[in-house]
Design a protein. Sequence first.
Length: 507
Amino acid sequence: PNAELDAGKAQSMSRSISDAVGGAGGYAAMVTSLRSGDVRVVGVALQLVAMLSSSRDPSVPGALRQQSCIAVVVQMLQAVPAPDVPTQRAALLVLGNLTRAELGATPDALRQCQQTGGLTRALDLLLSSDLGVREQAACVVHNLSSYPEFTAAIIAGGGLVKLYSQVTDSRMSGISPVTAKPMYSYAVSAYCNALSYTTQPQDVLMAIQNNGMEMVNSFMGSSHRSLSVKAIQLLHVFASCPDSTVQALVHAVAAASPMVSQLQAKIIETQGIPNDPDTAEMLECALLALGSLCGAGTTDKTDLNRQAAMEACSSQQHLSRYIDIVQQGMGVSGGPAGRVVAAAFRLVETLSACNADCARLLAGAGALGAVVSRLHHGDEASRASALTTFATMTAGAQPTAELASGVDAVAHMLTTGDMRLTTRAVQVLKAASQHQACQEAIVSRGLGSLVDLLMVDRHINDPSIDSISLVMDVLTTLTNVAASPKHAKTLVELGGIFGISNLLMNG
C-alpha cells in the first residue's frame, strides 16, 4: 500500500489482497514458483513473496509459513553456487519476516528455521561482502536470539565474533533504508540478547575481553532508543557476571566514565511507572544495570560495589525516584510495569545492603515505609526479599511507628506455620535486636513466639530447616533484648525461663 494511506486503510487493503490470493491458492503457487528452474520466474516470485511476507497483517506471513516457505527460502540460501546478491537479500528478508514475533512467528517457526539450517546460513552471511546481506542476516539471527533456547547454537556458530564485527565496521553505521536506523542495529541487539541468555560465564568473559565495554560506552547515549536500551542491558549482563576479571574490567570503565550518572539520568527522565512498553523497558534496564554495578545478587559487596552505591545515593532526587517507583508499584505484578517495580526494589535492596550509610539515607528518604508496606501486603516472593532489606534498614533507625509496624510484620511471620519463613524472620529479628530502637517492638510483638520456638521438640524433626541454628538465633535475639531489665522481666513473665531450662536439661 502507498505510504499516504493511513494504517487502517493499509491494513484493510492488505487483508483484501491476502483473502484474494489465499482463496485462489496463490500462496501455494508462489512458494512452488520459488523452486522453478527458470531464474526469471524465481526472481519475480521471490520479490512477490518478500513483499507479502512484510505485511503487517499476521495472516499473510502465517499463510506463507503454512506452505513451508521457511524451508524453501533456506534451501535457496544454501544453494551451490551461492545465489546472486539481490537473491540473497530478498531471501533473507523473507526469512527475517517469517521468523519475526511481531508478524506472528511462533517458537515452532524459529525451530524450523534452525532445523533446516537457516540459522547456520544466516550466521555465515553475517560476514558477507554486501552490507545489505549482512544486515538482513543479522535480522534473522536477532529474531532467534530473542529466545534462550537458540543461544547456545548462536554462540557455537561464532555468532558473538561475527556480530561484533558488524558493530565495529564503520560502513554498517549508515542508516538502513529498511529500518531507518544504523545498519548494525540488528547485530547490536542480537549480540546483547545472546549474552543475556547464555549460562556460560566464559562467554561473557570473552565478550568483555573483546572490548565489550566499549560497545556499552558507544551506544549508551545513542539517540536511537533501541540501541541505548541494548547497551544498558549489556552493562547489566557484564556487571552481574560473577567472574572477578569481568567485575574488574566493568568497574575500571565505570570509574573512568560518567556511567552511573548516565543511568541515573535515564531513571530520572521518566515519570511514575511508564505505561509505554519501550519507556518501561528503558527504565527497567537502567534500574537493573545500576543495581548490578552496586553488587545485586552477591553476598559480599566489594569496595567497588560500595563506591557505586554511594554515587547512586548521592542526591535526594535520585533516592526519591527509586522509592517513588517502589511505592507506586505496590500491588503491581507482571507485565512491563511489574518488571520495573521488581527492578527498583532490587536496587533499593542492594543499596541498603552495601553499607550502613546507604541504608540510613534510604530509610530517611522514605524507603523504610515502602519496605514495611511490602512486608504487610506483598506476595510471598516480595515479602521474602523485603525481609533482607528491612533488616539492613533497622541499623540507625529511629523508634518510629513505621519501624514498629515492620517488626510487627516480621513477628507475625513467626506464627504462619511455615518453618522456612519462620527461620528467615528470626534471622531478621536477630539483626534488628542489636538496635535499641527495635527492641521495644520485638518485645511487644514477637517475644511470645520467640519463647515458643525454644521448645525444640516442636521442630527438631522438621527436615526443611536447621533446628539447632534456629534455636541459636532465637537465643541471640533474646540475649540482646534481655540486656534491658524491663525486657528481661517480660521475658521471664512469658515463660522464657522454662524454655531455657528445657534446653539445658535436654542437652
